[in-house]
Design a protein around this ligand. Sequence first.
Ligand SMILES: [Zn+2]
Length: 87
Amino acid sequence: MTARYYTSTAIYMVIPSEGGHRYRFLCEDTVTPVCTTSVYASPDPFQTALTAWEKEGRQHFELCPRCGKWIAADSYPAHASHCTPPK
Ligand SMILES: [Zn+2]
């Protein structure tokens, strides 16, 4: 059996904000910001990142089945055509 690991969210930055935290999700290929969420109040900003991802982040990304990176949906077609499968 081959185990395959996908990160559950794209890489992100936590931005302290009044009343909580915002999250800025980045394309894992170009490492550029794709979206910044509204403010989420939570004592655990890393746990809440999953909620922010499901509600506001994920819709802006495609998961590349070849390399397992979260790619900005806008640039995914170009990525997919250039992505080399890992050996
Ligand atoms: Zn890829």
